[in-house]
Design a protein around this ligand. Structure first.
Ligand code: SF4
Length: 302
């Protein structure tokens, strides 16, 4: 197995991190028109995801609700942080659902910024979005990738899971040792595990749970496996692992380029731990080919 390359020795992106530009004959431009026309945000754009040409070209995208301003400031994240402009837009769930229906999505992924300023931390808006999707796009499966609902965790889980999304996703993001320095004091490694474990207990149906890990922030490979073990012990069904890309000079520095062989090794370790699906690769993101991740996990679970 070939090993990681420290960024100090190889500052430029290696070959395996190169991505294609959008092609004129793909669905990229139609998707962009629909999303912008409905004044919706996507994490694809807000986080400058490297897969946007591929995902939008396939006609998929990941919606970001609750505005474009996050009340946290994780050191690896490009999403704008600050004080949000006001309450959630009550019409956003309807616009989102209508857009998902027009796009013909079979699996809709909804995420959000953190809204620690809202009394319910945004849980009610997630619930309204799921209800609108079930009405407008009844055939589509729904995945929510939520924040930790700081201080309102149990109530938020109950509010969101009462609407029966198919997949409950909450990203642990990094290993225990780096959690505080990367995510700040409001987030916690153990709380992320609790949220994922509790989601299964609160749901009165067989919800799939999912989480993601970013590598290249200074963790070791053993710590990645330890994090997968913690997730698995919390009942998580699906895990994603992908390479960190530093969005600007103000963000956390990349520590290493993880080699594709090591990503394959992570996948083998995760499969041995019993995950229904392990998506592990340089360009894998939490919502990358989320429909396939869910299908793979369901094939194992049912
Ligand atoms: S991987 Fe996720 S965030 Fe990135 S472009 Fe695809 S759907 Fe959007």
């Amino acid at each position: 197995m070939q090993g990681s390359q420290p960024v100090a020795e190889r500052p430029r992106r290696p070959e395996w991190m190169k991505v294609r530009a959008p092609s004129a004959d793909s669905r990229y431009f139609d998707v962009r028109k629909l999303i912008h026309g409905a004044s919706l945000n996507t994490i694809c754009e807000e986080a400058r995801c490297p897969n946007i040409a591929e995902c939008w070209g396939r006609g998929t995208a990941t919606f970001q609700i609750l505005g474009d301003t996050c009340t946290r400031a994780c050191r690896y994240c490009y999403v704008h942080s600050g004080k949000p402009d006001g309450p959630a837009d009550p019409l956003e769930p309807l616009r989102l659902a209508a857009t998902a229906a027009k796009m013909g999505l079979k699996h809709v992924v909804v995420t959000s910024v953190d809204r620690d300023d809202l009394p319910d931390k945004g849980a009610g808006h997630y619930a309204a979005t799921i209800r609108a999707l079930k009405h407008k796009a009844p055939e589509a499966s729904i995945e929510v990738l939520t924040p930790d609902f700081l201080g309102y965790e149990e109530e938020s889980l109950r509010i969101v899971l009462a609407e029966r999304p198919d997949v409950f996703n909450h990203n642990i993001e990094t290993v225990r040792r780096l959690h505080l320095s990367m995510r700040g004091a409001k987030a916690s490694y153990d709380k992320a595990l609790w949220l994922l474990r509790r989601a299964k207990e609160v749901a009165d149906y067989p919800v799939l749970t999912k989480s993601g890990i970013i590598v290249g922030l200074g963790e070791t490979n053993d710590e990645v496996v330890e994090t997968m073990r913690d997730l698995r012990e919390s009942g998580v069904d699906v895990v994603t692992i992908g390479q960190y890309l530093q969005p600007s000079s103000k963000h956390a520095q990349i520590d290493r380029w993880v080699h594709p062989d090591e990503f394959r090794w992570f996948r083998e370790q995760g499969e041995a731990l019993g995950f229904g699906s392990v998506f592990s690769g340089p360009l894998v993101r939490s919502s990358y080919r989320a429909d396939e991740q869910r299908a793979a996990a369901r094939a194992v679970a049912y």
